[in-house]
Design a protein around this ligand. Structure first.
Ligand code: AMP
Ligand code: MG
Length: 489
């Protein structure tokens, strides 16, 4: 039988049995598409329109998988600081890999496809609301230019799923260059399967970073690359006000892509200690803890890699984490503030800004966007966001004076139009605020998916003015700021 998708394979299935279990998906009842990402589909060489017939069955876990084995990956991981050996794809399956017309290889993963040997007490399912949240947020992150897994499509069904109440079973088609997590390495380390650990490292290098083979110590080069990519990803999170919520090592992609969206949240008011996960009682994964936790997670990975990489090499790579993150964060923030040159007093200006935003509970995204509109809008649009307008005006005066010091390559002063135009390309007007996602979910649970579609469309272009969509840039209502999202997804 010819393959339904040309260039479809599953190279992970060629690895030894210790890496996975072969599992057929358990079909959902009366499944049907509620979203299909035609732009991404085209990039992958898949049909632009929602698949029907055999291809729909294949992608929704209802196909014939004799020619292409489907599998649940085995991994472990540190959850809230404690090691859990019993993890793995408990409700997700690796359907296989598609090679895009440009030759890139992407995993297609079905999240919510039924029981696997790693389901533990779970039911192998994903509910509609969490599926919508992951779909919208991963695409919103892609729109913002933040490294992330992607969402190809989503289906809902008549299969009942029992959480606090009965909900609809849904399925997310997740796309990523890799589904390998820090926890994959941890599993082989803690079970003392060292040849598998080495083989996994060999495959990561072969598939993702073959250039490491040119280095004296390819494994050390691989780890240094993971450190760098993770630092970059977290710098983006901090600059754009994104809180992941569950930075367990099993939710950390080795490619440094935002991975496994659960109780995430974007900052509304600038609140460094923001905890988006209702179950995170200690604030381990609070917004301002993310850089520290990134390093903690990389240290856990380093420990797992210690049989194949010298301690000194691991320490050297880890020592670069804060440096790389700090540099990237500073580059991103400079761009957001429209500052190209580096001046000594800049860190003072930055710190004063963050402190003012915090003290005055100013909406982070709105502030940055208003700052990007000063070429056409009055300065009051910014200072009105603050309770202490005097302090805001004092800072704005310093900031605008600082902008005056900016010059282009020819030493010419940069106009506010030029500065602001660039700033609007890095300071989004629209983000996936929790309350917007919730409104879309409430409607979807009543069978109306129009708001999911509208948000997905809006967030593809978060930096553009979309005049008829102004309401989506509104500040959140009080109920929207106090929403608590738990892990029961
Ligand atoms: P998560 O909190 O989604 O990152 O998942 C942590 C672990 O629990 C992973 O091994 C998941 O596969 C597993 N898991 C989460 N939800 C379910 C579920 N409903 N059924 C089976 N396993 C699950
Ligand atoms: Mg997970």
């Amino acid at each position: 039988m010819p393959l339904l998708i040309p260039n479809f394979s599953n190279r992970y299935a060629d690895l030894p049995n210790a890496f996975y279990s072969l599992v057929d998906p358990q079909p959902l009842e009366n499944s049907h598409w509620i979203a299909w990402n035609s732009v991404l589909a085209e990039q992958l060489g898949l049909p632009e329109n929602q698949p029907t017939g055999d291809l729909k069955y294949f992608l929704s876990g209802e196909g014939d998988y004799q020619a292409t084995p489907v599998l649940a990956m085995k991994y472990a991981g540190h959850q809230f600081g404690s090691y859990n050996p019993d993890l793995g794809d408990g409700r997700g399956l690796l359907l296989g890999e598609v090679t895009s017309p440009t030759g890139q290889v992407f995993d297609i993963h079905l999240k919510g496809a039924g029981l696997t040997p790693y389901s533990r007490m779970g039911d192998g399912r994903a509910v509609l609301r969490s599926t919508i949240r992951e779909y919208l947020c991963s695409e919103a992150m892609a729109g913002l230019g933040i490294p992330t897994t992607r969402a190809l499509g989503m289906l809902t069904s008549d299969t009942p799923v029992y959480r606090e109440k009965v909900e609809s079973g849904a399925l997310l088609l997740r796309v990523a260059e890799s589904h390998i997590r820090f926890g994959h390495f941890e599993h082989f380390f803690y079970t003392n399967q060292l040849s598998e650990l080495k083989l996994l490292a060999d495959k990561v290098i072969e598939w993702y970073w073959p250039e490491c083979l040119k280095c004296d110590q390819p494994y050390a080069a691989m780890f240094a690359t993971i450190v760098e990519k993770t630092a970059h990803m977290i710098a983006y999170w901090q600059a754009y006000g994104f809180a992941h919520g569950v930075m367990n090592t099993d939710n950390m992609s080795i490619l440094g892509q935002t991975f496994d969206y659960g109780p995430f949240g974007f900052l509304d008011d600038y609140e460094p200690g923001y905890i988006c996960n209702h179950s995170d009682y200690q604030g381990r994964y609070a917004f301002d803890q993310q850089p520290r936790i990134g390093l903690w997670n990389l240290s856990a990975l380093a420990h797992a890699l210690s049989p194949i990489i010298d301690k000194s090499e691991l320490e050297q790579a880890l020592s670069q984490f804060e440096v790389i993150l700090g540099k990237k964060f500073s580059r991103l923030m400079r761009a957001k503030l429209g500052l190209n040159c580096k001046l000594e007093q800049d860190s003072q200006l930055f710190n004063a800004m963050f402190e003012l935003l915090h003290q005055n509970r100013v909406d982070y995204t709105r502030f940055m966007r208003e700052l990007s509109n000063l070429d056409t809008q009055p300065i009051q649009n910014v200072s009105d966001l603050f309770i202490d307008r005097e302090a805001a005006n004092a800072w704005l005066e310093l900031y605008l004076a600082r902008c005056e010091c900016e010059v282009d390559e020819e030493g010419q002063a940069i106009s506010s139009e030029t500065r602001c135009e660039k700033m609007r390309k890095v300071n989004p007007k629209y983000i996936l605020r929790n309350y917007l996602a919730q409104i879309a979910i409430d409607k979807a649970e009543q069978g109306d998916f129009s708001e999911v579609e509208a948000l997905a469309e809006l967030l593809k272009h978060p930096f553009d003015e979309q005049p008829d969509k102004d309401a989506y840039a509104n500040l959140p209502p009080e109920w929207g700021k106090k929403m608590e999202i738990s892990c029961s997804s």
